[in-house]
Design a protein around this ligand. Structure first.
Ligand SMILES: Nc1ncnc2c1ncn2[C@@H]1O[C@H](COP(=O)(O)OP(=O)(O)OP(=O)(O)O)[C@@H](O)[C@H]1O
Length: 339
């Protein structure tokens, strides 16, 4: 696998005030909806940042020539290698000496409390944030999908799918990707006429068309209703099984993480504080006692008290009852885990 971003940099003093980083545009801003039947333009004035690796080298500077390949434990090719990563916004140090390895083809879910830095890490891996120090190496063919599908409203669906690919827009490629996500019949639709699930499937097709070695998914199911969410989760799992990219999925949903991932990471205090290998056969059964135990373990790491009790007692704690598992399930003090 070709290695794409290779950075070994020291943080530069950022000019930004919180919320004003030039490398952190307002990423969740929905596009202005101007689609209503407007004619297609050949090319957008700007391409969305989502779903494609940037065409230009990162602003943080090239890897010094002396830097050799990072160690790969047991020779496994890695889709992601991070060493000593640090990212701060002013005095807010969000990522602090973080290490991470993601082997090629592995499905990894990333959990953590709100604001702990999950999206920041994903944006760094997507090369959308370069104000960092540390070493970052990721597969060159990568694709990103966010909670909002970010389709350009003035482009028909199929043109959105191939947007940003080199050369002339190739309808056959778009059709192949749309077929994979079951959306061929909507190829000529305008984005604003799609349902939430259809739009997210179009976003997945846009990721897929790049034949990525690494897919970075930031809560891609977060805005979907419960039923659509289950369907799109299943689709992502199928696509992963068919194409075998490494996937890093940011999610708040422990069950979702356990249903989909080979490995679940918990981010806390700027590092990967816990890594759990999920060695359960697929499709997974939420009622399987091992699934229940893993869920309780992860909820414990996320600081959910009742889950700790459930893990220890096999039943939820009653209100007011001291948590007998609290001292054994509480994560140990911060330690460095190479995940
Ligand atoms: N552009 C920015 N400028 C200043 N601070 C930022 C910026 N982007 C993120 N942060 C801060 O970095 C921290 C981590 O944010 P991030 O979005 O990575 O968290 P998260 O774990 O993904 O949260 P959530 O689960 O709620 O989406 C937060 O304190 C956030 O306010």
């Amino acid at each position: 696998m070709a290695t794409g971003i290779q950075r070994n940099v020291t943080a530069r003093p950022g000019p930004e005030a919180p919320g004003q980083s030039p490398t952190h545009p307002a990423v969740d801003r929905p596009p202005v909806d101007t689609a209503g039947g407007q004619p297609e333009r050949a090319d957008p004035p700007t391409a969305p940042e989502a779903d494609q690796a940037p065409a230009h080298p990162p602003a943080a500077g090239p890897l010094p020539p002396a830097a050799g390949p990072l160690p790969t434990p047991d020779g496994t090719p890695l889709a992601v290698t991070v060493r000593g990563l640090r990212r701060a916004f002013g005095s807010n140090v969000v990522i602090n000496d973080l290490d991470l390895d993601v082997p090629a083809g592995q499905f990894v879910a990333l959990l953590g409390a709100s604001g702990c830095g999950k999206s920041t890490l994903l944006r760094i891996l997507a090369d959308l944030d370069t104000e960092i120090s540390g070493q970052v190496r990721v597969a060159s063919r990568r694709a990103v999908a966010f909670q909002t599908p970010r389709l350009l409203p003035w482009k028909r669906v199929w043109r959105n799918v191939v947007l940003g690919l080199p050369g002339r827009p190739d309808r056959a490629r778009a059709t192949a990707a749309l077929t994979e996500v079951g959306l061929t019949h909507r190829a000529d639709a305008w984005p604003k006429t799609l349902s939430g699930g259809e739009a997210q499937r179009a976003s997945l097709a846009r990721a897929l068309v790049r034949d990525p070695d690494l897919m970075l998914l930031d809560e891609p199911f977060g805005a979907l209703d419960a039923l659509t969410r289950i369907r799109v989760q299943g689709l992502v799992e199928q696509l992963w099984q068919r194409h075998s990219p490494a996937i890093l999925l940011v999610t708040h949903d422990v069950e979702e993480a356990l249903l989909l991932a080979d490995r679940v990471l918990v981010m806390k205090d700027g590092v990967i504080a816990h890594s759990a290998t999920i060695a359960l056969a697929r499709p997974r059964d939420v009622g399987d006692p091992r699934f229940v135990a893993l869920r309780a373990e992860l909820l414990g790491w996320l600081g959910v008290g009742h889950a700790r009790s459930e893990a220890a007692n096999g039943r939820p704690a009653r209100d007011g009852e001291p948590d007998p598992a609290a001292d054994v399930r509480e994560p140990p003090p911060r330690q460095k885990i190479l995940s």
